[in-house]
Design a protein around this ligand. Structure first.
Ligand code: 13P
Length: 335
């Protein structure tokens, strides 16, 4: 087994998943504004180190994706943040793209930037302790979108990023996110997501990326959030599995879903059913941002010094998702 394959499996084995705490300062400010906490670098660190020092980190979280600001911060008890995460038994990771901008030639769509100078930045993050990285391509669905141009150019960027990350000895998370926004049906989501993922693998293979040393981070197959379609969690799970089985090469060791705007319970319930019906050899787990942090953030905002209480809320959500990643969750376990 290669080193990269080992890292990928260790992050996701035994029901462990990834805490996506890599919100850019802009996004984190929106999250903190929504609960009326000032977005200072101290507050961003306090919330995050509260999560990173929770007991569930050892059992339930195999990796944490950080933002550039956080990977360079030091916790209140003088631990460098990547060291704190490693001590808790998880792997530190880092978002390395620099965000999605309007795509020239199709300005209603987005292209993710950050390839310039990436090799040098990766070396710096590796020295800071990062074991894996993330790059997110983003696609919106409508009658004409995602266009061939967006599918092609984002896949190309994801592949160039992945090749550089593996060259530097880290595992790339390949995240092509087909957004939930819109009126589209689950069939549209299925078709577009399949096309997007297949193109990504075509480019990854062209760029000689070792597929055993990546983690795929896709969306689940869902109808748009403004769609009139009603679809059960069972159907979501079965469509998601069918899409992955048909589009993801079998060498890929693990797939960790994004939550993408689903509620905490929806994201857990869907992951649980995906694992119950899993007819693939992939490890299927979570790499949630909002669906792991929402309740904890709300609780914390009422008293930002209530560390224990906040950790209790986070531990519960992490535990529920770890059970779901093994198909062992049930609604009665929710409090
Ligand atoms: P959500 O789970 O909130 O969608 O965030 C995951 C993520 O990392 C998006 O890039």
């Amino acid at each position: 087994m290669s080193d990269l394959n080992n890292i990928a499996i260790k992050i996701l084995e035994n029901g462990k998943g990834i805490l996506a705490a890599d919100e850019s300062t802009g996004t984190m400010t929106k999250r903190l504004d929504s609960v009326n906490v000032p977005s200072t670098s101290e507050n961003r660190l306090l919330f995050r180190e509260t999560l990173f020092s929770s007991s569930s980190m050892t059992e339930c979280i195999g990796g944490v994706i950080l933002y550039d600001e956080t990977i360079k911060q030091v916790s209140s008890n003088k631990n460098k943040i990547p060291e704190l995460i490693s001590k808790m038994g998880a792997a530190p990771g880092i978002k390395v793209d620099t965000g999605a901008k309007a795509l020239a030639g199709s300005p209603d769509e987005k292209i993710t930037e950050g390839l310039d100078g990436l090799r040098e930045r990766l070396k710096e993050y590796y020295k800071l302790g990062a074991k894996f990285t993330k790059w997110r391509g983003v696609y919106n669905i409508s009658k004409d979108y995602p266009s061939k141009l967006s599918i092609h150019s984002n896949a190309h960027a994801l592949a160039r990023y992945s090749a550089l990350v593996q060259e530097c000895g880290m595992v790339p998370i390949v995240e092509p996110e087909v957004l939930m926004d819109g009126e589209h049906s689950d069939k549209d989501c299925y078709n577009k997501t399949s096309e997007v993922i297949q193109k990504c693998f075509e480019e990854l293979i062209l760029h000689k990326v070792d597929l055993k040393g990546i983690i795929l981070k896709p969306n689940m197959i869902l109808p748009g959030n403004k769609s009139k379609d009603n679809i059960s969690s069972e159907e979501i799970a079965k469509l998601t599995l069918k899409c992955l089985k048909n589009s993801v090469p079998s060498e890929v060791p693990g797939i960790a879903f994004l939550s993408g705007g689903q509620s905490e319970i929806e994201a857990t319930e869907n992951l649980n059913l995906i694992n119950k019906y899993n007819n693939t050899n992939f490890i299927l787990s979570f790499s949630y941002g909002r669906a792991l942090q929402q309740s904890a953030l709300k609780f914390w905002s009422k008293d930002i010094n209530n560390i224990e209480g906040t950790q209790r809320v986070f531990n519960h959500r992490a535990k529920m998702n770890t059970l779901a990643a093994q198909g062992k969750w049930s609604r009665e376990l929710e409090i």
